[in-house]
Design a protein around this ligand. Structure first.
Ligand code: GUN
Ligand code: ZN
Length: 456
């Protein structure tokens, strides 16, 4: 009754609204192709209006205050608010083996990774690691990720159950591998097909969850298993394909031996029907021109994983070629933990910049942040619902403190930047020096999901 009720006796719509006020940064276009003045959206004093976890309105506070001035508003002063970061390639079971010394890809897999992944047969163990992993994602500002589980279906259940409890938008899948790995972590072509199919039926599009058919890489799958993966993509056309490609030179040479009838690494996947839109290939460090061209034509995506590529000595990804105007390929950033050495997409962008430097290329701060947000969303075909503050999208966003360490506070004066040039300088220093300490708060569907505390 009274002022809070409308005639149908339901609370007025406006009472369900709330808003965030502060400095906002997101992208309305791709800064690799469109000038920054047109692709970067920066509101030094903006208002983000939320309704039922979605963005109801977004614009300068001055313009929206007349309509929304009387709803509850949370103010983040002296902070930068961005869409949640999107990690386009990561392995949750490798959380506990991050930073394993001394090997390159194939030896590293045998020595450290396969034994670790064997432990995920135990669902309780998988559950415990999934929680630690999701805690790490959130404290680093990552709100969506494309995730490898292990060969054990129960490790996928454990992950999706944990993600669902937190209302997260996550894509994951059971690893398919039927050769060149210890028997304890192998399936067969047939069992991988049946188990994957059951997991798709159980989890794909359940709330915010999505399924990715996940053959580990061409070395650990027979042609028969890759064909089965292709069958699944034909049966379920809106699931993802997630795998590795051309990360390491020894790996590339071995794939040529294993698939003598294929013209190259990508062709081994292509002949099985795995190169499509919604296909995400991690690494792509040693791709040929023809392979870049094919990925572009197929609208597939590459996950650029610089900390991993440096850690395993794999090589320097060619971001300029991937983002060429002639054959543009969708690119997102991947931490690739546990070969990657940080959960932070800020630190991942930092290393991406240095990889570009070593190739005499430039990765601008806005390009890097685009890859971590809207670019990642596009790589995962999620740009209709995530990646920017466009009205109608889901309200997953993060609050950044650009003065989160004494050195960053000394480097950056207080107050919000007023020009794009000043902002560019500030966010570059954030990328170079920032990490989980810069993530002050994370909101999932408009609800506070993580807040930094004094004790971390
Ligand atoms: N290639 C096949 N499996 C893996 C993995 O677990 N990590 C990385 N970085 N590359 C791979
Ligand atoms: Zn990987």
């Amino acid at each position: 009754m009274g002022v809070l009720q409308n005639q149908s006796n339901r609370p007025q719509l406006k009472n369900q609204l709330k808003a965030i006020r502060g400095a906002f940064l997101d992208f309305v276009d791709d800064p690799f192709y469109v000038p920054e003045a047109e692709s970067v959206r920066y509101l030094p004093d903006g208002l983000l209006v939320l309704e039922n976890g979605k963005i109801k309105a977004f614009g300068p506070y001055e313009e929206l205050q007349a309509e929304y001035g009387d709803i509850p508003i949370t103010i983040y002063a002296d902070r930068l608010i961005m869409p949640g970061f999107i990690d386009t390639h990561i392995h949750y079971p490798q959380t506990g083996i991050i930073a394993a010394y001394g090997e390159q890809l194939l030896e590293w897999l045998n020595q450290y990774i396969f034994p670790t992944e064997g432990k995920f047969k135990d669902k309780d163990y998988a559950r415990a690691v999934a929680e630690i992993f999701l805690d790490q994602l959130l404290r680093n500002g990552t709100t969506t990720a494309l995730v490898f589980a292990t060969v054990f279906p129960q490790s996928v259940d454990a992950f999706f159950e944990a993600a669902e409890r937190r209302n997260l938008c996550m894509i994951a899948g059971k690893v398919m591998m039927d050769r060149n790995a210890p028997k304890a972590v192998c399936d067969t072509a047939e069992s991988s097909y049946q188990e994957t199919k059951a997991l798709i039926q159980k989890w794909h599009k359940k709330g915010r969850l999505r399924y990715a058919v996940t053959p580990r890489f061409a070395i650990t799958s027979t042609d028969e298993q890759l064909q089965k993966a292709g069958d699944l993509l034909r049966e379920f056309p809106d699931v993802y394909l997630h795998t590795h490609i051309s990360e390491n030179l020894k790996e590339v040479a071995w794939v040529k031996e294993l698939f003598p009838n294929c013209s190259g690494y990508l062709d081994a996947y292509d002949q099985a029907g795995l190169v499509k839109e919604r296909s995400v290939f991690a690494h792509g460090v040693h791709l040929s021109d023809a392979e870049f061209q094919r990925l572009s034509e197929a609208k597939s995506a590459i996950a650029f994983c610089p900390t991993s590529n440096l850690f395993l000595g794999s090589g320097l990804f060619n971001i300029e070629q991937a983002k060429s105007s002639e054959y543009p390929v969708k690119v997102g950033l991947g931490t690739d933990v546990g070969a990657g050495t940080s959960f932070s997409l800020l630190q991942t962008a930092n290393e991406a910049y240095k990889v570009a430097q070593l190739r005499q290329q430039k990765l601008s701060p806005f390009e890097a942040l685009f890859l971590a947000t809207l670019g990642g969303a596009k790589a995962l075909c999620l740009e209709d619902s995530l990646g920017s503050f466009d009205v109608g999208k889901e309200a997953d966003f993060i609050v950044l403190n650009l003065r989160s360490t004494p050195l960053m506070a000394f480097r950056n004066s207080a107050g919000v930047p007023t020009s794009l040039g000043e902002l560019s300088d500030r966010v570059f220093s954030l990328i170079m020096m920032g990490d989980d300490r810069a993530i002050e708060a994370v909101h999932i569907l408009g609800e506070l999901a993580y807040e930094q505390t004094a004790t971390g």
